[in-house]
Design a protein around this ligand. Structure first.
Ligand SMILES: [Zn+2]
Length: 311
């Protein structure tokens, strides 16, 4: 092994999660389909398990029952003593961690794809938490290349203070596709998500069969900060996303460009002195999180060559 090669163990177990948010229907629909007929996600030598993560929220077609399942996979919540008084999603996170994790445990799943929709105009999006993971960068490069000319963006959420607490405990990789309203199924979005999973599984199969992936580079958008709506003294939203910014996820936003618009026509522009790339613009689920959009910066990540250690 040389310093420009990384060898890793073959991937044995992959899970595909749908319904982490019960009203994001593409993942719910695909996972339910694969539970009935999983032929298209089966790969030789690989265990692939489709799984509905928040069945009560799926049944009610709501984001969650008590709290956001995608924000409780932190050690504090996973370590709480199991009791029926705990929020439903905290109990569920513990069950899921037990079934699929914990990370670095011998029986735990190697890769988990967690299927989400966004109401923002983000197209196909892969979320990366670790900019130094050669295997994942290679996989994302493979998915991006396979989907082209359809764009596929990588959102890097590695940030010292913005904690998502999604998944450090289990190796879960969010896949987002939008725009799609909550509680709605769109055929174009379903097709895109289905292709992303196909290419991801193909990559893993190639890797397991001994294919060496040469060094590569991918463009990523790294989170800088989340931006709340302007608010009045009561805490109510005082301005909405400006029409020039609506649906412009991943597009450059320059200082002075319109960001918000008040009902009496006042434009609130972008401050600062640098171009940013907005994501999750006007995402429906983030009103309660007080996030109008997130600012990102564009950068390139390089990955070393990877291949399976069995070959
Ligand atoms: Zn979601």
């Amino acid at each position: 092994m040389t310093s420009c090669h990384v060898t890793e163990d073959p991937i044995k177990k992959v899970a595909i999660f749908g319904g982490t948010h019960g009203n994001e229907l593409t993942g719910v629909f695909l996972v339910k389909h694969w539970l009935e007929n999983g032929a298209e996600i089966q790969r030789t030598g690989l265990e692939v398990k489709p799984f509905i993560t928040n069945p009560r929220a799926v049944k009610k077609c709501t984001r969650y029952i008590d709290c956001d399942l995608n924000r409780v996979f932190d050690s504090e919540n996973l370590g709480k003593t199991m009791s029926k008084d705990l929020p439903y999603e905290v109990r569920r996170a513990q069950e899921i961690n037990h079934l699929f994790g914990p990370k670095d445990n011998e029986d735990s799943y190697d890769v988990i794809f967690d299927l989400h929709n966004t109401t923002s105009n983000m197209g196909c999006t892969l979320i990366l938490e670790d900019s130094g993971n050669d295997f994942l960068i290679q996989m994302f490069h493979y998915i991006k290349t396979s989907l082209a000319p359809l764009p596929c963006y990588v959102y890097l959420i590695e940030h010292p203070s913005l904690k998502y607490a999604t998944t450090r405990s289990i190796a879960k990789y969010p896949v987002e596709v939008g725009p799609q309203p909550q509680g709605v199924l769109r055929a174009d979005i379903l097709d895109q998500m289905r292709k992303m999973i196909k290419h991801a599984l193909d990559f893993i199969q190639n890797f397991n069969e001994g294919k060496e992936f040469p060094p590569c580079a991918i463009e990523v958008y790294k989170i800088m900060e989340k931006v709340d709506y302007p608010r009045n003294e009561n805490g109510d939203i005082a301005a909405i996303i400006h029409p020039n910014l609506q649906d412009q996820d991943w597009k450059p936003l320059h200082p002075g460009d319109p960001v918000f618009l008040t009902l009496d026509g006042q434009i609130i522009p972008l401050g600062g002195d640098g171009t940013v790339y907005p994501v999750f613009v006007n995402e429906a689920a983030y009103y309660e999180k007080r996030e109008a959009f997130a600012k990102t910066t564009k950068l390139t990540l390089n990955a070393k060559s990877v291949r399976s250690s069995l070959h």
